[in-house]
Design a protein around this ligand. Sequence first.
Ligand code: KIV
Ligand code: ZN
Length: 391
Amino acid sequence: MSDSTIQIFDTTLRDGEQVPGCKLDTSQKIIIAEQLDILGVDVIEAGFPVSSPGDFKSVEEISKIVKNASVCGLTRAVKKDIEIAAEALKHAKKPRIHTGIGTSESHIKYKFNSNKEDILIRAFEAVKYAKSFVEDVEFYAEDAGRTENEFLARVCEEAIRAGATVLNIPDTTGYCLPSEYGAKIKYLKENVKGIENAIISCHCHNDLGLATANSIEGIINGARQIECTINGIGERAGNTALEEVVMILKQHPYLNLDTNINTKHLYGLSQLVSESMGVYTQPNKAIVGANAFAHSSGIHQDGVIKNRETYEIIDPKDVGVTESAIVLTARSGRAALAYRAKIAGYELTKLQLDIVYNSFLSFADRKKEVNDDDIHQIIESTSISNQILKV
Ligand code: KIV
Ligand code: ZN
């Protein structure tokens, strides 16, 4: 792996599936895992095997079919969890156990009724035990976002000493500001003994809408893996959206960072996940929302028709969307109407366009969006319809 290639760790099937009411069955998970493998993700977190027999089976079956990516199973820092995860992953070509423990004051006090020294021991032992089953062990410091940096560094050192290959620094509650999260990663890079032997991973939640910004800030400061989900789905406000971080890196080449993702599959996978989970994607969702490449105001439409790049920073084909959409509404101008009329089969002269445009405006004031059938109706209802050239 080159130092400029960011590893994409997809957790759609684990953290993403924690969306209430969106449970997937094993066959649905297998289909998504196959597509994630084709997309080019580096790691697929397939589930939390100890949590239920269904999750165990999903991780086991996914381990059998994934060809390229590592397959990962989540555990707590508990021996039984680790044993069961190892069992579920036994058919994986590249198995990874993801184990860890809460490290913030509030987790130590309220979740574990424990103390820092005990957490350090538990972290070390969990990684060591996981290492007795697989070579690739990722350690997470849950609620790292609210953990003071000095203690976090000590926990990371223990995990590395026990053999962790990846250190996951989750902003579990989505609390950090990008500058704060970036500084945390930088601090770990500079202060953790043995850090050169491990990859730092960003795992950011979106409670304040900062998950993507925080992940990007994390990698700018030295992290080399991002944990994310398709469409940013996940518990509460969700996780970092895979399609967003991947396209940010692609559209900003001067960062000198890339991924192994074949971006042309992004839209298809977004649709697959949304349909399988029954989670509707908001129309204005970056990259994959229905309006991400739709233009409806006259000024923007005129620009896009002249040259797409006037109002689009991404070629829709790069993410698997066939083309930009020129949506006809009462805010549209003549250029958009002429463009759409041509697609619908009419070549309008300038004079004809003026007449049709007036009819169009009064129609569009009554209807939110004007479709091809409406265009036919509008044109055929004008007094000049028999003079218009049909193409
Ligand atoms: O958000 C989080 O802290 C997690 C860990 C379990 C990795 O999902
Ligand atoms: Zn999470």
